[in-house]
Design a binder for this molecule. Structure first.
Ligand code: GLN
Length: 305
């Protein structure tokens, strides 16, 4: 099947190019609004790290919330089950930056992939490592094989100037004792984390451990098979926020999106994918990205169902 990955990607790129409408750019982080909505790239990585790609698949973009998968894996591997006492694993059915459920659930966010949950995970990773964003960058460089992968200071500065909502989430959870580090320090780590730039090729490779049941690129183990399965399950149910049901219906794979227009997806035991196109739908997921993954699973028959 592997040689046909390239022809599937080529076909998808041709179809996407012929499709009008790309959605809207994220403009609440002003720098992201200057992206070109017509850019499109897609990559598939096999379990051994062999990558196939099309379009802008080697072009670095702002990873944003895609990083939430990797910080979750890094935190879970160090902390284990105790993490789940501080963050839930239920879909929120609300926008990714929503505050509303936190009061009803005593400062415990619904899941690690909405902003509130990711702030809790980054806070705990910061306490465990002393440098959450740096630990994440080291991990992504090692797993992608790209030593140049790094933070975009312009994106970080732009988000920092517009971080009132995330500050509110963090302070609110801190009032329940669910944030340990000083909120300004946590926001700094979280914003740096979100500012990491990587290409589709980088992210498809770096997510490989989720298709290899927790095994890293060098053959060592980050997560038990059971924990890798848990992360994939939370991606499927929560990875695309209040569109997770629609994404599961259309794509049928665990996936995680970011407002930079990227989405990663996992076919456990087979391959990992990353697609990027900056135009978003109203829920914050890439319009062309979801369409491309929808076509991929339809054309290949690869799905968890
Ligand atoms: N940095 C963004 C934020 O905190 C990430 C959101 C996203 O990609 N959905 O709002």
């Amino acid at each position: 099947m592997s040689p046909s990955f390239q022809s599937v990607l080529d076909r998808i790129a041709t179809e996407i190019a012929a499709t009008p409408g790309r959605g809207r750019l994220a403009d609440y982080i002003p720098v992201l609004a200057s992206a070109d909505p017509w850019r499109f790239g897609m990559a598939v990585a096999e379990l051994d790290g062999t990558v196939y790609g099309v379009g802008d698949w080697q072009h670095p973009f702002s990873t944003q919330s895609i990083t939430k998968v990797f910080t979750l894996a890094l935190c879970l591997s160090r902390e284990g089950e105790e993490l789940w006492e501080h963050v839930g694993r239920e879909p929120s059915g609300n926008p990714f930056n929503s505050l509303v459920q936190l009061e009803y659930e005593a400062g415990i966010p619904r899941n690690p992939f909405i902003n509130a949950g990711a702030l809790v995970v980054t806070d705990r990773l910061q306490t465990l490592t002393g440098d959450a964003a740096g630990t994440l960058r080291t991990f992504l460089r090692a797993e992608s094989g790209n030593d140049r992968l790094g933070f975009n200071e312009q994106v970080a500065t732009s988000e920092a100037a517009h971080s009132d909502r995330n500050a509110a989430l963090a302070h609110f959870m801190a009032s329940y004792g669910n944030i340990t580090n000083p909120v300004p320090d946590l926001l700094d780590q979280y914003i740096r984390q979100c500012s990491l730039e990587a290409s589709c090729a980088d992210l498809a490779r770096a997510a490989g451990f989720l298709a290899r049941h927790g095994i890293l690129a060098d053959g060592s183990s980050l997560l038990t098979r059971s924990r890798a399965k848990q992360i994939n399950a939370v991606m499927l149910t929560c990875g695309t926020y209040d569109a997770a049901g629609d994404f599961a219906h259309r794509v049928g794979l665990p996936g995680k999106s970011g407002v930079g227009g990227g989405i990663i997806a996992v076919v456990p035991g087979r391959c990992t994918l990353c697609v990027w196109s900056p135009g978003l739908d109203e829920r914050g997921n890439s319009v062309a990205g979801v369409a491309a993954l929808d076509r991929f699973t339809t054309l290949t028959g690869l799905s968890v169902f």
